[in-house]
Design a protein around this ligand. Structure first.
Ligand code: HGY
Ligand code: MN
Ligand code: MN
Length: 422
């Protein structure tokens, strides 16, 4: 490849002003952001984003004011042919509860900044360039909801068991004028998607510790999210002899302890997380009648994920038998690992080298909207360092110069990969 970097650069001050304004929406006292998908803060962020798109003179290209059928919001810079396929630059504006300012927001604002910079330079792309905010990447209701709907990865069965229940999901959707039945309507034909790039903070310590300025993502971890429901029997917590109890709490806790042991022993390249346990009735003096445990599994290969899944399901069955309780398992989300495109990675590297950034190629242990695109179009991701590797917490922080470097690299890569004549 012969790459001659364009002399155009993003507008740092505008990018920063936008970042700071967005950070105020859902800001927490701890210095982070609480903006779960479909919450009031998410709605406010969406309204703000739409206004920024229009102020930039870009097209707010959505069927309805709140976005497409899945609530994805798009800014479009039309190419030579208005109906040409779209090259997407995206990420998400939602956060985990009490999350940070950078996760997702950085990528969406950088995408907007890239389009605005290209428009101002007077460049007319061959394909259409699109900056997109995907709905519920974090999974308040259903992880990667918007990007999976757009790429045809979501099924109506997936929509049947959202994390906070159907009622809360539907009431959130209704605030956007959306319905659960309509979400799959966000699907786009793969032929209309020319490529996908995402800028993101690393969310781990690798770059911060190595001192490299840029990460070029090679692959993204696969994630399965399960709800294990242990169903025992409520009893008096003082009078029921311990051996006669059918204690759902015992099963949930021994499962958790033994699952950790199994992972530390047999699945050292995988990760698990018990993110929540809900006890019923949940009071000092009643033996737990039921416990619902939210379990997440992560592995870099399909086989690894399947082996981890089988081992933990077997363990849950053993623990429920031991405690004489019933077990129900719901597979809430199943997102396969994804490899970044072999032609995109070298372009990102070329652009990073041309700009003088130090870089490393690295896998992502975090999930991203990019993985919805990996098997349908040339897809790539750029990481910048996260100070101390902190993420999904108010402590999440990246130096502003790294954010600017990442956005400038996104710009150069978009010009190159979307074949924008400069
Ligand atoms: O959960 C994840 O890996 C991502 O940050 N949403
Ligand atoms: Mn993210
Ligand atoms: Mn996240």
């Amino acid at each position: 490849m012969t790459h001659s970097p364009s002399s155009i650069r993003i507008n740092e001050q505008r990018f920063k002003t936008n970042f700071e304004a967005l950070s105020r929406i859902g800001a927490t006292a701890a210095g982070g952001v609480h903006r779960p998908a479909l919450s009031a803060a998410d709605l406010e962020a969406r309204a703000w984003f739409r206004e920024r798109i229009e102020a930039a003179g870009l097209e707010y290209a959505c069927q309805r004011p709140t976005g497409d059928a899945a609530g994805n919001q798009s800014a479009v810079l039309r190419g030579n042919r208005a109906d040409a396929p779209h090259f997407l630059l995206g990420s998400h504006l939602d956060t985990v509860p009490n999350g940070g300012r950078f996760d997702g927001a950085l990528g969406v604002l950088a995408a907007l900044e890239v389009l605005q910079t290209i428009k101002e330079a007077g460049y007319i792309p061959v394909v259409c360039l699109e900056a997109i905010n995907f709905t519920d990447e974090e999974g308040a209701h259903l992880g990667l909801l918007g990007s999976r709907a757009l790429t045809g990865k979501l099924t109506s069965a997936d929509l049947g068991h959202p994390n906070l229940g159907v009622e809360e999901f539907e009431s959130g959707l209704s605030r956007l004028g959306l319905t659960r039945d309509g979400i799959l309507g966000a699907y786009r034909e793969p032929g209309m998607i020319a490529g996908y790039l995402e800028l993101h903070i690393e969310q781990g310590p690798t770059l911060a510790e190595s001192g490299e300025e840029i990460g070029i993502v090679t692959a993204i971890v696969g994630i399965r999210r399960l709800r294990l429901r242990f169903i025992g029997r409520a009893d008096h917590a003082g009078t029921t002899p311990i051996p006669r109890r059918r204690d759902a709490g015992r099963a949930a806790c021994t499962f958790t302890a033994h699952a950790w042991e199994a992972v530390l022993r047999d699945f050292t390249d995988c990760a698990i997380n018990v993110g929540n346990m809900r006890f019923e009735p949940g009071i000092f003096n009643v033996v737990p009648a039921a416990v619902t445990l939210d379990l997440e599994l992560r592995a870099s290969s399909k086989q690894g994920l399947a082996a981890l899944y089988d081992a933990l399901v077997h363990l849950a069955q053993q623990e429920s038998k031991e405690a004489e309780v019933e077990l129900e398992i719901t597979l809430a989300e199943d997102i396969p690992p994804a490899t970044m495109h072999p032609t995109v990675q070298p372009v990102l590297i070329e652009c990073a080298v041309a700009a003088g950034y130090t870089y490393r190629s690295m896998p992502s242990g975090a999930g991203h909207d990019a993985q919805s695109f990996a098997d349908i179009c040339p897809t790539g991701m750029i990481f910048i360092p996260s100070v101390a590797g902190a993420s999904h917490s108010p402590k999440e922080f990246s130096h502003w110069q790294d954010c600017v470097n990442g956005a400038d690299l996104l710009l150069q890569a978009a010009l190159e990969l979307a074949h924008v004549p400069t």
